[in-house]
Design a protein around this ligand. Sequence first.
Ligand SMILES: Cc1cc2nc3c(=O)[nH]c(=O)nc-3n(C[C@H](O)[C@H](O)[C@H](O)COP(=O)(O)OP(=O)(O)OC[C@H]3O[C@@H](n4cnc5c(N)ncnc54)[C@H](O)[C@@H]3O)c2cc1C
Length: 573
Amino acid sequence: AVFFQGPEELPKNAKYDFIIAGGGTGGAAVAGRLAQNRKWKVLIIEAGPSNLNVFATRVPGLRSQLKSTIVDWNYTSIAEPGLNGRAMGYSRGRMLGGCSSHNTMVYTRGSKDDWNMRAEITGDRDLTWDRMLPLLKKAEKLVQDSENQREQNHIDPSVLGHNGPLAVTAPYSSHPMNDLFLQATKELGDQFPFVPDMNSGRPIGISWTQSTIDNKGERSSSATAYVENMSGDNLHVLLNTYVTRVLPIGKGKKAEFRGVEFALNAQSPKLQLEAKREVIVAGGVIGTPQILMNSGIGKRDELEALGIKTLVDNPSVGKNFTDQPSSTVMFNTTIQNTDIDMTAALAEWNATRTGPMSRAGEINMIGWLRLPDDSPALTQFADPSPGKDAPHIEMFFKTISTQGVVLPPGSPNVTALQFSHTNLHPVSRGSVTLNSSDPFAPPKIDLGLLTEDVDLAILREGIRNARKLFAAPVFANSVFGTVSPASNITSDEDLNAYLRGAVVPIMHGASTAMMSPRGASWGVVDPDFRVKGTTGLRVVDASIFPTMPSGHTQASIYGFAERASELIADSCK
Ligand SMILES: Cc1cc2nc3c(=O)[nH]c(=O)nc-3n(C[C@H](O)[C@H](O)[C@H](O)COP(=O)(O)OP(=O)(O)OC[C@H]3O[C@@H](n4cnc5c(N)ncnc54)[C@H](O)[C@@H]3O)c2cc1C
């Protein structure tokens, strides 16, 4: 690819077939695929810098150092009514690769039911698990970890793709917790069976974690996979440049939005370019609705109240914001801690690309819980999961440490097994709306978390079931009661109070430009990713998700990006 550090460097009279607004996970993936046709000139316009000079994006173990830096948008939500009025920090990557350049790298395709439900909601049979599988595999490249450890029984090699650009592996440490979990799967096999490969379509139980890390112990992102690895000089990347609007060209019946307006910053002049074929908006769950609304595509009365002329009246833009509510649960434990000597670990990574810095964590197992049918959450409320192959809760085991444990003053130090405990299929919805007609002004973000009682009920049952998991015989002498929530917090009322004070968004925001059937009176894009009521304009990122996956979001985005790339290429034949 050819990089430009700002609009002044862009060649005069440059002409592009496709312009991608936002070079994040979806945007860089679709750009890289389109640019494989060397006859097409493709331009990415990305608000942030290149990933290439950001050291911490390369080192898996340094990922948490990227949050709240200049390569993060550092959004803040409103005071959330469901979270005791707490305003939440909301991290989004602001560099080439977007969130895939700074996320935790967990790679989860979700369950078969997720994709089948997406097909049902959108009326597009091509989104079923069976039909999406070849596209997911097209993105993936199963690699051995950088320590060349045997992956037998950690990954089923027949499940993942082998020839795609995105490296996926299951690196592991020698921490004793991994074996303890395997023993627990034998003792509690009914509810927590061992899952040989969590990406095989039914992630229910305990499995080895798969990560987007390559064989050299470095992060694999949409930037490294699709821009660095595969592109030629027909892919141009305009960095540090903010897309303010997409613009209609001509005066057809359906507005042809092939124009893009952009600027270095709020003080600099706005420039325009016209794509010969299409504009693809990929600004992510917040950036995409913001760009659409600034362009006059949104709910008429909301836009007009800000003085923005409505070009396409679509009340769904920015609505349906969905994220998975999560709280850190902690169990008191005497198992060996996972603390590492950062300096030594970094020296090891620099020398040999091995050790703790080459992994996303020291505990390498992940837990997926499907609540039993007679669980109070499912007898009181309609089951929000897409089907019996889908878990309700994810337990992402993070650390065993005294660090991060917050107890009342004067309490003795406690070493805690800490994990994020996440409701994968929330029913609560939030929104992204504009605060002003200034395209640079951060939008108003309402996460909407825990505004529906069923979401609390699922989390409560998740905690109760986690307590059952750690009551397995194998943990009898090493894992004791929960310290967060405290062991005496057991009633619905007490758990609700705890959760409202503890839940945070897991940062998997989606669905603010949701895909719906062609002709539907709701939704923002058709199943071919085209923005309803327009031509020449598509959206490819997490904002189009019809539903959340039973897991993390990046794999779904790569799958959608692969599909969009094929549809776009087909429509240009
Ligand atoms: C801290 C964190 C940890 C996570 N961990 C995981 C994980 O382990 N596994 C997983 O699967 N998912 C994880 N996720 C979620 C996942 O990474 C995201 O859902 C996904 O990468 C989002 O992809 P996207 O294409 O929708 O948007 P993004 O990747 O956010 O891309 C949007 C891009 O558009 C750019 N942009 C926005 N507005 C403009 C504008 N006006 N002009 C120009 N450019 C613009 C942004 O800078 C960005 O590069 C995590 C997310 C976070 C924040």
